[in-house]
Design a binder for this molecule. Structure first.
Ligand SMILES: CC(C)(COP(=O)(O)OP(=O)(O)OC[C@H]1O[C@@H](n2cnc3c(N)ncnc32)[C@H](O)[C@@H]1OP(=O)(O)O)[C@@H](O)C(=O)NCCC(=O)NCCS
Length: 290
């Protein structure tokens, strides 16, 4: 008999062990330490155990939905950080039961939207989310590039490129450079949640900020890169990428979840040697409480 309840009071090591088993055969290979799991899956994404769901066989956790909560534009948005069932318990309706239980929590807490991302070719998961009432609202592209494949064209030498920590970043100014909102894991709140993992590369001219990229120098992840609109097409983006290459110890650089409609950014990345690795859907279900 499977019992479904929240993950309140369940230890981080049990969450980690069950997550590792549930994702042991996942489409994208996942190998991480417990420390990285807690930082990237839980802290970065604003995980809350009381709003997350577990399925238990006797006392053993066999399935989970990790959820993070944020207030976005005055709305309470709950985000699915991960959903997984350990292989022996799949196709028994357990995820369906967990999503039914989640609906009760969403109603009780008056959550406005439930949001998630899913790899497009993960058919079981896409089917589960559609069955649970979520609709596709956006498509994301995931790029990566081996550093040796970086293609240079016209680096801009009139600007200053600096690598800094995040202590004095004017986050509001940076958002004014955006054409599209970043996904949950790449948002300002996610970056602030794990700020010691990231540096910022800034492009300046006459002490004016023209563009930036956040970079994790250890694994080559770029959660955001953007230039002021009037500064595009002048080689500044390439100078920022050059600095990313120089300051990253990993062999690969990755940019996960660029908006499919962002032709400007996607063609910039492809031109400089990035390859499309995966495509994702963002899916959403909205609720209204009268
Ligand atoms: C996706 C996953 C969570 C589904 O869990 P589950 O408990 O087996 O799902 P359920 O038995 O409740 O099935 C619910 C619905 O999901 C879909 N589904 C589940 N397994 C499926 C499969 N192998 N093929 C196609 N659809 C499938 C179906 O629509 C199903 O409804 P139906 O039985 O009425 O057809 C599970 O396969 C899993 O843990 N996969 C690995 C981790 C993962 O990919 N997580 C999602 C990304 S974060």
């Amino acid at each position: 008999m499977i019992e479904v309840k929240t993950l309140e009071g369940i230890s981080k090591s049990v969450l980690f062990q069950t997550f590792t088993r549930a994702f042991s055969d996942y489409i994208a290979k996942i190998q991480m330490s417990q420390e990285r799991f807690e930082r990237e899956l839980l802290i970065r994404r604003s995980f809350i155990s009381e709003l997350s769901i577990g399925a238990f066989d006797k006392q053993q956790l066999v399935g989970l939905i990790f959820n993070g909560l944020r207030q976005i534009n005055g709305k309470k948005v709950l985000y699915d950080c991960a959903t997984g069932i350990i292989p022996a318990y799949r196709k028994q309706g357990i995820s369906t039961k967990m999503f039914q239980y989640l609906e009760e929590i969403i109603n009780d807490k008056k959550i406005d939207s439930y949001l998630l991302e899913v790899i497009q070719k993960n058919e079981p998961a896409v089917a589960l989310y559609k069955k649970s009432g979520l609709d596709i609202c956006c498509e994301y592209m995931c790029y990566h590039m081996k550093k040796e494949n970086f293609k240079k064209f016209h680096k801009n030498d009139e600007i200053t490129i600096e690598l800094k920590n995040l202590n004095n970043v004017n986050f509001d100014l940076l958002t004014s450079f955006w054409d599209y909102q970043p996904s949950w894991q790449n948002s300002m709140e996610s970056i602030k949640n794990v700020h010691s993992q990231f540096n910022i590369i800034e492009a300046h001219q006459d002490s004016k900020l023209l563009g930036y990229a956040f970079i994790n120098p250890l694994n080559g992840e770029i959660p955001q890169i953007a230039l002021k609109k009037e500064e595009r097409g002048k080689g500044i983006g390439e100078s920022i990428l050059q600095k990313v290459i120089e300051t990253t110890t990993a062999d690969k650089i990755s940019i996960i979840n660029t908006d499919k409609r962002d032709h400007n950014l996607n063609s910039f990345l492809e031109k400089h040697g990035f390859e499309l690795n995966l495509s994702q859907y963002e899916m959403i279900k909205n609720y209204s409480f009268e």
